[in-house]
Design a protein around this ligand. Structure first.
Ligand code: CP
Ligand code: NVA
Length: 302
């Protein structure tokens, strides 16, 4: 494997062993390892980041590597400035690997073609595979297995949701259902079409909350309604409000059902404060697991 761009590119066994190794490494408390042995990784951010930036920076250093972190404002890349290909060529002169957070998924695809270096997707408008891996690891850690778990995604089908859909398609044994308003689903389908990806989610998506499915849920996941770089019309806000994860929603799920969210979260928008700050929330565990899954990605690529 040269790059880590999307979960769909991993085989089922690569995915399960990555999760198992991440959990084993966390439990072993073996913090310092030397897989990167002095390698230099460039982290480039076109959009803001707190967790991804920190967890990759620390993971790389704990594996014996070095990091250079660049924000969009720091470098010449831009329409009327330096091209993607000249920028990627420049990175390649000094670095051993690239970790990219971009507005347009095509930038990651281009970078992976233009560069001989390993490229890691640190979030694009289409996917956030590292986040989904951390979510999967959290459920594995909590329940011992992903088999037979029922996972419900509530709200917009975001980049994070899209990576969960890809993970679901790997048939790891969990069920996955999405509750999302119809017009929001159409927005998602249009975006997928733009990228030549089929948005065939028959049997997964319902446009209202399905209490039967909810009553079996082991995990409920949501994401911010307004992803970075996106706008929402007022009428769309009115439609999504019904899909807020409330105490009432959590009560309808299994009593030990956990709540997960990639963060940053908007309390009392997509999730009630009492849910995200309550006993069944696993958001901090999920965020801390970013470190462990990303270490496994790095070990795999280098
Ligand atoms: N979940 C996540 O990727 O967080 P940041 O945007 O803070 O990196
Ligand atoms: N869907 C969110 C995820 C942030 C980690 C966004 O793209 O802004």
């Amino acid at each position: 494997m040269k790059n880590f761009i999307d979960i769909k590119e991993l085989s089922k066994s690569e995915l399960t062993s990555l999760l198992d190794n991440a959990l084993q490494n966390k439990r072993s408390k073996k913090i310092i390892q030397n897989h990167l042995n002095g390698k230099n990784l460039v982290l480039f951010f076109e959009k803001k980041s707190t967790r991804t930036r920190l967890s990759f920076d620390i993971a790389i250093k704990q594996l014996g590597g070095f990091t250079t972190i660049l924000n969009k404002e720091d470098i010449h890349l831009g329409n009327d400035k330096e091209s993607v290909s000249d920028t990627i060529n420049t990175f390649g002169l000094y670095a051993d690997g690239l970790i990219l957070r971009v507005n347009d998924h095509k930038t990651i695809m281009n970078a992976s073609k233009l560069s001989n270096l390993p490229v890691i997707n640190a979030l694009s408008n289409l996917s956030h595979p590292c986040q989904c891996l951390a979510g999967l690891m959290t459920l594995l850690e909590e329940r011992g297995s992903l088999e037979k778990l029922n996972i419900v995604w509530m709200g917009p089908i975001t980049n994070v949701a899209n990576s969960w859909i890809e993970a679901f398609k790997k048939e790891l044994g969990f069920s996955f259902n999405i509750f999302c308003p119809e017009t929001w689903f159409e927005k998602y389908s249009e975006k997928m079409k733009e990228y030549g990806i089929s948005a065939d989610l028959d049997g997964i998506v319902s446009h209202q909350i399905n209490n039967q499915i909810l009553s079996q849920a082991d995990a409920i996941i949501t994401d911010t309604w307004k992803s970075m770089g996106e706008d929402i019309k007022t009428q769309d806000y009115d439609l999504i409000k019904e899909f807020r994860v409330t105490d009432n929603i959590m009560k309808k799920a299994k009593s030990d059902s956990v709540f997960m969210h990639c963060l940053p979260a908007n309390r009392n928008e997509e999730v009630e404060a009492s849910v995200i700050d309550g006993n069944n929330s696993r958001v901090w565990q999920e965020a801390s697991n970013r470190l462990f899954v990303q270490k496994e990605i790095l070990k795999k690529l280098f």
